[in-house]
Design a protein around this ligand. Structure first.
Ligand code: FMN
Length: 175
């Protein structure tokens, strides 16, 4: 797909069929491996692919309780959540690990669109996980790592329509 078209098609998908092939998942993970990482510190990054329905339900339940809203599916019934974890380190340089994680998650979201899959960046449910030690343990993360963000991916019946570029949606100042 042409790059500009990919950006115009991109959107958050919050409705999934529940299916995702292993091949498509691997293609998305391959793109994560191509992501830029500050100072090439690849060892500071860790991905967790969660397809286990029971764990996905636990994450969803935890977020529902955290946000005091158990009425909605915070992972939208997606068949897969890929968590991006990192070592946060010194507060002075904390913008680097957060950014590494965000860039990687977004690259995977874009890779999913390119495969005609739905995707949605997930920060809320991940934030809620940080406060639940028992849930964190289930991730079996290496020592020192914390989940920072994630992306749900999966097949969807939604259609992707090219958007026009919004004018002035984001403020831009030239100095
Ligand atoms: C840093 C960040 C965190 C986000 N976290 C969530 C989230 O937890 N749940 C969710 O449904 N969408 C989340 N989103 C998606 C935004 O809500 C979405 O990008 C925005 O509403 C614009 O819609 P669009 O992606 O369809 O253009 C997040 C997006 C970003 C960039």
């Amino acid at each position: 797909m042409e790059t500009k078209q990919l950006f115009k098609l991109r959107k958050s998908v919050r409705d999934y069929t529940g299916h995702l092939s292993e091949e498509a998942l691997q293609s998305v993970l391959d793109i994560a491996q191509l992501s830029p990482v500050g100072r090439s510190d690849y060892d500071s990054m860790h991905l967790t692919v969660i397809r286990n329905k029971s764990l996905l339900a636990d994450i969803e339940k935890n977020a529902g309780e955290f946000f005091d809203d158990t009425s909605r599916q915070i992972l939208y019934g997606a068949p897969c959540l890929i968590l991006v974890s990192t070592i946060l380190g010194d507060v002075k340089t904390i913008n680097v690990p957060y950014s590494n994680a965000a860039i990687m998650a977004n690259n995977m979201a874009l890779a999913a669109i390119d495969l005609n899959l739905g995707s949605c960046l997930i920060w809320g449910a991940v934030m809620a996980m940080i406060y639940n030690e028992d849930l964190l343990k289930k991730l079996d993360l290496p020592q020192g790592f914390l989940p920072c963000c994630g992306v749900v991916i999966g097949e969807t019946d939604e259609h992707f329509k090219e958007k026009s570029i919004p004018l002035n949606q984001i403020a831009v100042e030239y100095i």
